[in-house]
Write a protein that binds this ligand. Structure first.
Ligand code: AMP
Length: 289
């Protein structure tokens, strides 16, 4: 496995392979790799000739009060996971190279990022949009894989690629979970034993919402109440949002007659967790709030 740290060498490697007709797959990450990342890497490996994984803790998607400095960076472990999964290139650019003095471009995808994570973390999606655009420019992949775990991010990337004609096929892969339902996340290492015990209540609440919809409940407010009631059984959880939304626009829905996504974010102490579930309801059309 090759480790590439400079931007021009990354682009040169990709350009050479593209000229040879090689299909390049790409999995962008912030490292601290777990089985969720592994599932993206494996899916990419199966469908591409060459595979690039980037490991870059992108400073511009953290606000000054967030966890940039303490974000886990187990680089040796990450590299060995990549090696074991047959990754061809681990791309590890530096923040200095990515954002040299004078960098000024902003990339905004306003409607999709207005609500939910965008409302809670106003800096976040601007940083994501810029870094994804830059990484695509350097890695020049044919296909890039993202996790459903970060549903709003995946929606942003799809929109970005479509609007800016970036020419990359985007694939969204299902969320990988721990046995008790907790969505895997690099941030789960912050949870102490007690917090880890209650963390799966977020996925339980989402499942309660999904079951209510599949059981025929159509009233969005009632479904949200039933999810909140489920999560209230867990002590020490603060709900930021539990919302039934249109899966494409992410606008809130009051009635569910077709497809919906249930988005959730909670806080346990200082730790923030997000998760989501897609729900299919046969027949009819969605109506936005
Ligand atoms: P991150 O390192 O957190 O920026 O995530 C890199 C990629 O892995 C993103 O596309 C995430 O959505 C995806 N990802 C993170 N956690 C999971 C998970 N539990 N299951 C599937 N994909 C995930």
């Amino acid at each position: 496995m090759k480790i590439i740290r400079t931007l021009p060498s990354m682009t040169a490697w990709s350009e050479r392979l593209r000229r040879e007709g090689v299909t390049i797959g790409f999995v962008p990450t912030m490292g601290a790799l777990h089985d969720g990342h592994r599932s993206l890497i494996r899916a990419a490996r199966l469908q591409c000739d060459a595979l690039v994984v980037s490991i870059f803790v992108n400073p511009t998607q953290f606000s000054p009060t967030e966890d940039l400095a303490k974000y886990p960076r187990p680089i040796a472990k990450d590299r060995s996971l990549c090696r074991a999964e047959g990754v061809d290139v681990c791309f590890e650019p530096t923040a200095q190279a990515m954002y040299p003095e004078g960098f000024q471009t902003v990339v905004t995808v306003p409607a999709i990022t207005k609500l939910w994570e965008g409302a809670s973390r106003p800096h976040h999606f601007g940083g994501v949009a810029v870094v994804v655009t830059k990484l695509f420019g350097m890695v020049r992949p044919h296909v890039a894989l993202f996790g459903q775990k970060d549903y709003q991010q995946a929606a942003l990337v799809r929109q970005l690629v479509q609007d800016l004609n970036l020419g990359v096929k985007i694939q969204i892969r299902p969320t990988v979970r721990e046995q008790d339902g907790l969505a895997m996340s690099s941030r789960n290492v912050y949870l102490n034993t007690d917090e880890r015990m209650i963390a799966p209540w977020l996925s339980r609440a989402l499942r309660a919402g999904k079951q209510a919809i599949e059981g025929g409940m159509k009233d969005g407010a009632a479904i949200e109440r039933s999810m909140r009631k489920t999560i209230e059984q867990a002590p020490a959880i603060q709900v930021e949002y539990l919302a039934l939304c249109d899966p494409d626009s992410l606008e809130p829905l009051t009635r569910f007659t077709r497809r919906a996504v249930i988005l959730g974010a909670i806080r346990i102490g200082s730790i923030r967790l997000i998760d989501n579930l897609l729900v299919n309801v046969p027949g009819g059309k969605n109506r936005a709030r």
